[in-house]
Design a protein around this ligand. Structure first.
Ligand code: AKB
Length: 339
């Protein structure tokens, strides 16, 4: 019986899910099966072959997919972000780690049916870093993939561990078994900085102050920024984030020298983001009211990351630098959205 080849997207309703499904759908790049815990947004439905409202912790549901489809690639986007995860760390661990394990297991079963590796594309985060204090953050500047990976949040711990799980499933899964099936998961991971979309707002992250500040200003609403003005982390806009995922998926395996790649675009302080916002929306009312706990999380994340390896191995380049991100993508689209 021939089964339809599909691409599976988990966390389909999330910010990255929106961008990715639209991109794949508009360019007719894949038959998409989308899973989310909530019913899929109307606007994404035309792009999907099937929409499943369900939980990635439901093994029966995932088991059904093994028989129904030939899965070429899994984009595993579902996760509970850094701030929300701190309110219920054990629940976050279940979704972020056990959920990922279930998807990796699904990939292994699929690859055994197909006799080829299933691509597993995983978005990790700058939350995997954990700098001990501001002096170290300032001194260290751009961090490579391997430096200061001692995260302070449950989300960061989950992401870092899942990077390792992916590497394990790709290279060492059941390494002592006689019937070992080599290379069943082709695991590829990008570590994202804070992401900003013109069309959606994040839910439960700690880098959310940047998108919130811009979207509030566009609606002429006041915003109290929960970090200090000098707070600096790297950012990227959504079209570049989507491109990073699909470009990494398309890269020839032989060119990839590692499983985990930093990607970034521009690094700005909260004060610099406010200056851009005020330049576009002179009436914007943005104040700074730091929340010490969330500030502590952001201070442990790097001011910038080094993405040279991604540039070298799969020709990664952001299309939206600082100026293009604000003036060619964010401001025009956000203005239109709230017009
Ligand atoms: C968060 O703030 O939790 C996310 C992230 C940086 O991964 N946006």
């Amino acid at each position: 019986m021939s089964r339809k080849e599909i691409v599976l997207v988990t966390g389909a309703n999330g910010e990255v899910g929106h961008g990715l499904i639209k991109h794949l759908g508009e360019n007719q790049l894949a038959n998409i099966v989308a899973i989310d815990i909530h019913p899929l947004d109307e606007e994404l439905r035309p792009y999907c072959r099937e929409m499943i409202t369900g939980d990635i912790l439901d093994k029966m549901l995932l088991g059904r997919l093994v028989f129904a489809y030939e899965i070429r690639t899994i984009y595993h986007l579902a996760s509970i972000l850094s701030t929300r995860a701190e309110f219920n760390p054990e629940a976050a661990h279940r979704v972020n780690v056990e959920g990922t394990l279930n998807l990796l297991r699904l990939g292994v079963e699929q690859s055994q049916w197909q006799g080829r590796a299933v691509k597993f594309i995983y978005p990790s985060s700058i939350a995997v870093y954990g700098l001990p204090d501001l002096a170290t953050k300032e001194r260290e500047g751009r961090l490579s993939e391997w430096q200061w990976t001692a995260p302070r949040t449950m989300y960061g711990c989950n992401k870092l561990y899942c990077e390792h799980l992916g590497r394990y499933y790709a290279s060492y899964y059941r390494q002592l078994a006689r019937d070992r099936h080599p290379a069943s998961i082709d695991f590829r991971c990008v570590r994202f900085p804070g992401l900003i979309s013109a069309f959606t707002l994040p839910a439960g992250g700690t880098s959310d102050y940047a998108p919130e500040m811009i979207h509030q200003a566009a609606q002429n609403l006041p915003y109290a920024c929960f970090v200090r003005p000098d707070t600096r982390i790297p950012f990227m806009v959504m079209p570049d984030a989507v491109r990073a995922l699909v470009d990494l998926e398309a890269a020839p395996r032989a060119q990839l020298s590692t499983e985990v790649y930093n990607v970034t675009s521009f690094s700005l302080s909260a004060a610099e983001i406010r200056a851009e916002v005020r330049n576009e929306f002179p009436q914007a009312q943005v104040s700074f009211e730091p929340d010490l706990a969330r500030q502590g999380i952001i201070d442990s994340w790097p001011a910038d990351v080094d993405d040279d390896l991604a540039r070298k191995d799969w020709d990664w380049r952001p299309q939206y630098g600082h100026q293009q991100a604000f003036y060619n993508y964010l401001f025009p689209n956000i203005r239109q959205r709230y017009a």
